[in-house]
Design a protein around this ligand. Structure first.
Ligand code: THU
Length: 163
């Protein structure tokens, strides 16, 4: 037996002002998108901005429903919309921001497991890394170079190949 360590490396910025103007813009848009969440049940607002290789930015916010599991996270709303509109255009990056009804979130919000799984599928499909920017309403930003790093030991279509 041996101990195996899988580590995540990320870049931490203290504030958006430390980033390039184009990165600041993407994060600003994802923060604005938190105001378009439909989240009357949780009061937790998430915005997502997907930057495509053609320069277009596709937007998403979390959408809840009285039948709770019918709702969808902001990341999946954005990435599914991007794939539906531009099935063959690669995703360069996604910015994800969170805020809440009761207090301003001052730390990076991290995507749920299901969203990591969905983002990973597109990253594998396009064979180009998707850069991930995580933030709150204010404060630090986390930058992760690719989705794979966010989901170690992931389940992928490779497992289904020999079936
Ligand atoms: N949510 C997202 O939109 N993205 C995530 O990655 C985590 C959670 C939403 C789903 C739900 O509307 C609310 O946040 C509380 O879970």
């Amino acid at each position: 037996m041996k101990k195996v360590e899988i580590s995540l490396s990320l870049i931490e910025a203290n504030d958006v002002s430390e980033l390039a103007p184009s990165e600041q813009e993407l994060i600003k848009i994802s923060r604005q998108m938190t105001t378009r969440a439909y989240a009357p049940y949780s009061g937790f607002y998430v915005g997502a901005a997907v930057l495509l290789e053609n320069g277009e930015i596709v937007l998403g916010s979390n959408q809840e429903n009285a039948a709770y599991p019918s709702g969808l996270c902001a990341e999946r709303v954005a990435v599914f919309a991007a794939s539906a509109k531009y099935p063959d255009i690669k995703i360069k990056a996604i910015a994800i921001s969170g805020n809440s009804k009761s207090r301003d979130i001052d730390h990076p919000v991290t995507p749920c497991g299901a969203c990591r799984q969905v983002l990973l599928e597109y990253e594998i499909k396009q064979e180009v890394p998707v850069k991930v920017y995580l933030s709150g309403h204010s404060g630090k930003i986390y930058i992760i170079e690719n989705v794979q790093d966010l989901l170690p030991l992931s389940f992928t279509s490779k497992e289904l190949e020999s079936l």
